[in-house]
Design a protein around this ligand. Structure first.
Ligand code: MG
Length: 629
């Protein structure tokens, strides 16, 4: 299959869109009339620009309100079509997309529509062109691909074919089985778009909320499996109307589009076990076993202050890097690396973002296969010089320009702590019962959220949890987790359209997206809180009212509530499963730690408590008693 993307999917001027499309390795482009009309030049000049970029125009659209018109509109519609054909000849494009009629004047009738298309086919063929018919989900008489196919079938013209658009088909939940019976040479174009499941009218849903496959909830894979049964080997084009994409970077969105197609075709190959033409074979998505370490980029004074907090949290200094100013802090399976190098990646990151998390390492099953998959998915690789005998840990760029490293247990990378670090004596220090990373939350621009969702789920064997909307005193925060089957790795993506939420202020104050919240798991939160208290860690104070409400809405006894209140511990329950959470105050760098305990297989993140926590954090920000590093 050959892939393409519609100009409407991207932001910017036509030049910017085409450059982004070419850079994202597309070869085909679907030209939207508005992009052509708003270009200051002739269709011939556009054609030259497209060819110079190594692209070709695979379709021109949209042509509206054509079939089933009474006179005199019918004659006028044919005259309009002839003018479009003139433009297409200049543009070097041979396929016109005709959307089903939405005009109240349209008469309807399959045979009348077929006769119109037969005549249009004749006129197109005289100029070496073709036309393709698409059923819009909100078409007046034709809003189902099965009816559009019947029109095309009865038109019985080699220059008239069908467009299948996943949005229009899946939004209406139309049976996919009849696709298998359509001859592949009668399908002139397949348009791919996903969307979140929303309960709204088809037109608004389509015009504002489309997204790339794997970013939404529609049944794209079953559609592709039905298409695959026809042995279709023609064009797959992304046609995405999205407010988010229009506000985002054309370059980033174009790369996301290519990545989503590569991922989709790879999944298709895996599920149908049929060779999918034109799609490179990728190594499988690697299971993620754990977060191996989190790395902070710091200057010396900030590092000393962070290390004091880490000690308070029960971490011990476990190693020093053999050649760099880098320290390893450890507790249970949690490794935190503090990098104070005066040059290199972490140093540059620190200069740009201040005290912040500059890298995260994931322990995967096969790190070489993961990096190979990443490169094939157009993720951005990263390498920097390493000392003699030290490990070259494979990495790609992640959120906010940070790094995502991959280590595994099958190579030398599994001995990272022995190879690159000298261990340090740590006897006599008492840990606080923290056992592993529970989850890491990354705050980002709203427009980036779908990018990173696709990044994580296309590369790694992680699945997305439903989006949660959380009320911050400064606005609504959209929160979406990606996690593995067992809950060993959980990453939470947070973004807000309001500039006043904690998530947005983090972006403003620390110059970019990144890890804002580090949640660590304990098996006994009460014991952990006692230890933290004893070592002077200040926890986020939770208002009395919260505990009064907890008493009213749960069956917890007074003694249990008192214990939670005394520890500033938040509580949630899901059936028999329970969740306990407590927060440190926000540290310099804008991030904070959370300590959680999950009992009975609790899978969530305490969303019910998020509003309380955010209000408590906002309270402290307006009256700052920030724990200084
Ligand atoms: Mg379409």
């Amino acid at each position: 299959m050959q892939t393409a993307i519609a100009t409407v999917s991207l932001s910017g001027t036509l030049n910017e869109k085409l450059e982004a499309i070419a850079k994202a390795h597309f070869r085909g482009v679907e030209m939207f009339e508005n992009d052509l009309l708003s270009f200051n030049g002739t269709p011939v000049e556009i054609r030259r620009m497209i060819e110079d970029l190594g692209l070709r125009t695979i379709a021109f659209q949209p042509f509206r309100d054509f079939e089933g018109m009474p006179e005199p509109q019918r004659t006028k519609a044919f005259a309009r079509a002839e003018r479009k054909f003139d433009v297409m000849v200049e543009l070097g494009c041979d396929l016109l997309l005709v959307c089903s009629n939405v005009s109240p004047d349209a008469v309807g009738g399959i045979d009348r529509a077929a006769a119109d298309f037969r005549e249009l086919g004749d006129r197109a063929a005289q100029r070496g062109l073709r036309v393709a018919f698409e059923a819009l989900a909100w078409g007046r008489h034709i809003n189902d691909y099965r009816d559009a196919w019947e029109v095309v079938r009865r038109a019985d013209h080699s220059s008239v074919g069908l467009v299948l658009d996943t949005f229009h088909i899946l939004a209406r939940d139309i049976d996919l089985r009849p696709i298998r019976a359509i001859p592949k040479d009668r399908i002139f174009l397949v348009q791919i778009a996903d969307a979140p499941l929303l309960d709204m009218d088809y037109l608004s849903w389509s015009r504002h909320y489309r997204c790339f496959p794997a970013q939404g909830d529609l049944a794209i894979q079953p559609f592709m499996a039905a298409l695959q049964a026809t042995e279709y080997d023609g064009l797959l084009s992304l046609e995405i109307f999205s407010d988010r994409f229009r506000a985002g970077s054309a370059q980033r969105v174009a790369i996301d589009g290519q990545r989503s197609l590569l991922f989709m075709l790879d999944e298709l190959r895996e599920t149908t076990e049929v060779e999918v033409q034109g799609a490179p074979q990728l190594p499988p998505r690697s299971p993620v076993e754990a977060v191996e370490f989190l790395e902070f980029a710091m200057d010396q004074p900030s590092a000393a202050a962070l290390e004091k907090v880490l000690q308070g949290l029960g971490f011990v200094r476990a190693g020093v890097h053999r050649s760099k100013v880098v320290t390893r802090w450890r507790q249970g399976d949690i490794n935190i690396v503090v990098n104070c190098e005066g040059e290199g990646f972490a140093h540059t990151f620190n200069i740009t973002h201040g005290s912040s998390v500059c890298a995260m390492a994931l322990r995967v099953e096969d790190s070489a296969a993961t990096i190979e998959r990443a490169l094939k998915l157009l993720d951005q690789p990263f390498r920097q010089a390493v000392g003699p005998g030290e490990l070259d840990i494979p990495a790609v760029r992640g959120v906010g320009g940070s790094l995502l490293y991959f280590v595994d247990g099958k190579t030398e990378l599994g001995r990272l702590w022995e190879v690159d670090f000298e261990s340090v004596e740590t006897s006599g220090l008492e840990e606080a019962g923290l056992i592993r990373f529970d989850h890491l939350s990354q705050s980002m621009e709203y427009e980036e959220m779908l990018t990173w969702l696709l990044f994580y789920t296309s590369l790694l064997d992680l699945r997305k949890a439903p989006v949660q909307d959380i009320v911050d005193p400064g606005g609504v925060v959209h929160s979406q987790a990606v996690e593995d089957e067992r809950g060993a790795v959980r990453l939470v993506l947070n973004a807000s359209q309001s500039r006043h939420t904690l998530a947005s202020r983090f972006l403003d104050e620390f110059f970019g997206s990144g890890v804002q919240q580090i949640a660590l798991a304990t098996e006994d939160i009460f014991r952990t809180v006692e230890k933290l208290r004893a070592s002077g860690v200040e926890l986020l104070p939770i208002p009395e009212n919260y505990y009064d409400d907890l008493e009213a809405r749960t069956d917890l006894g007074a003694a249990q509530i008192d214990r939670l209140r005394a520890g500033n511990i938040l509580y949630d329950r899901d059936g028999a499963a329970e969740f306990f959470q407590v927060y440190t105050r926000t540290l310099e760098g804008g991030f904070f730690f959370e300590i959680v305990e999950r009992r009975g297989g609790y899978r969530g993140y305490g969303a019910v408590n998020a509003q309380i926590r955010l209000a408590a954090q906002a309270q402290l920000t307006s009256n700052p008693v920030v724990l200084r590093l």
